[in-house]
Design a protein around this ligand. Structure first.
Ligand SMILES: Cc1ncc(COP(=O)(O)O)c(C=O)c1O
Length: 385
């Protein structure tokens, strides 16, 4: 029996978790002022890079004594340069609850060969943060696990009088969640996530204590040029005022400046958080109203408001992975929801991006289609049986 298609379609079917939807007011003509074909070291280029740094500080409320750098290789580049530059000085605790966090564990344990204490949780869960010794150890963690839809509920577990550093991959949290800067020594993110910017560059935010470590500690391994933040034992300050380590894309910079302007027009961080919360709430309510689908995050306090991950819970489903893929495929074929299959290493299901660039009306228009696709797939499955 064919299920009837809903009457309303989302105006924008882009619900990918990265690169994420562009801001709703975006079109390419907005990039007309990009400093293309100019040196990034000329005044025009440097000014734009400086504006990108200061706009980041303004919107995220980053303290004046924290350094903000635009660095190569997106969030991955920013995380790697932190790990390679800072770790090895004291005991390390690695926390992971999904695949990116697990990737940082591999790098630290297998590449840097650090005898770290590793704490991991299954998809949908988080490690017991009360067991983490932030007072004494360097701690590496992901604020929001993009592939599990699980985030830390707060930073209360991080000691104010810590001697170690906290290194936080916040790529799917920055601009959607409150990041308490006094608890974070190194924070990283990329432009392609919550602000819907272009992939290319990463951002690294350093507390004064992180700078102190950089200036007082030299790791025993070699550091490639693109990871080096110090010269002769001193921070290369230029990196944090717009003199990037190597050549950035001025098109991506212009796009980021546009996204920051859009963020301002939405009321800055508060407005962006409210938009993500409203989006995620629409999905939470959908899950509450339908017993065939549930949030992958087991504890409500750890539910993401950006990368919301869902699992199908209907007992009639025979092969979970095939079923979830087929539902996502139906929605993609109808141009209702693009790129919402669960991440390749995550449990079978869906992942729906809820960051601020997504319009709540689009999510609300999409959800009845999810019901349609689910029912159509259940029917198809029983016909095939
Ligand atoms: C938590 C997390 N860390 C790191 C990355 C890698 O980011 P990028 O591809 O921007 O380097 C991602 C990408 O989705 C992510 O979600």
């Amino acid at each position: 029996m064919a299920t009837q298609q809903p009457a309303t379609r989302p105006a924008n079917p882009r619900f990918s978790s990265g690169p994420c939807a562009k801001p709703p007011t975006f079109d390419v003509t907005k990039l007309a002022n990009a400093a293309l074909g100019r040196s990034h070291r000329a005044a025009v280029g440097k000014d734009k890079l400086k504006s990108a740094i200061e706009g980041t500080r303004e919107i995220l409320g980053i303290p004046a004594d924290y350094r903000i750098g635009i660095v190569p290789a997106s969030d991955t580049g920013a995380v790697e340069m932190a790990l390679w530059s800072l770790l090895g000085a004291r005991k390390v605790e690695m926390l992971a609850w999904e695949s990116f966090g697990a990737g940082w564990v591999t790098d630290v344990v297998k590449q840097l060969k650090i005898d770290a204490e590793v704490k991991t949780a299954e998809y949908g869960q988080i490690v017991d943060l009360a067991t983490v010794d932030t007072k004494n150890n360097d701690v590496v963690f992901t604020w929001n696990g993009t592939t599990a839809g699980v985030r830390v509920p707060n930073a209360d577990w991080i000691a104010d009088d810590r001697e170690g550093l906290t290194i936080c991959d916040a790529t799917s949290a920055a601009f959607a969640m409150d990041l308490p800067w006094d608890k974070l020594d190194v924070t990283t993110f990329s432009w392609q996530k919550v602000l819907g910017g272009e992939a290319a560059h990463g951002v690294i935010v350093l507390s004064p204590r992180a700078v102190e470590r950089l200036e007082s500690y030299t790791p025993p391994w070699p550091l490639p040029k693109i990871f080096r933040m110090t010269k002769g034992g001193k921070l290369i300050e230029g990196i944090f005022t717009g003199a990037t380590i190597n050549t950035p894309s001025m098109l991506a910079v212009e796009d980021y400046l546009f996204a920051l302007d859009w963020a301002r027009s939405e009321g800055g961080l508060k407005g962006l958080i409210a938009r993500a919360d409203a989006n995620a709430q629409a999905i939470f309510e959908f899950c509450d109203a339908n017993d065939w689908i549930a949030n992958l995050a087991e504890d409500d306090a750890t539910r993401s408001n950006t990368s919301v991950c869902l699992k199908f819970t209907d007992a009639r489903i025979q092969d979970g992975a095939t079923f979830a893929k087929a539902v996502a495929k139906r929605l993609e074929a109808e141009n209702i929801a693009l790129d919402i299959g669960a991440y390749r290493d995550a449990p079978a299901g869906l992942r729906i991006w809820c960051g601020g660039t997504v319009e709540t009306a689009d999510l609300e228009a999409m959800l009845p289609w999810l019901t349609w696709a689910f029912e159509a797939e259940i029917a198809a499955q029983s016909q095939a049986a």
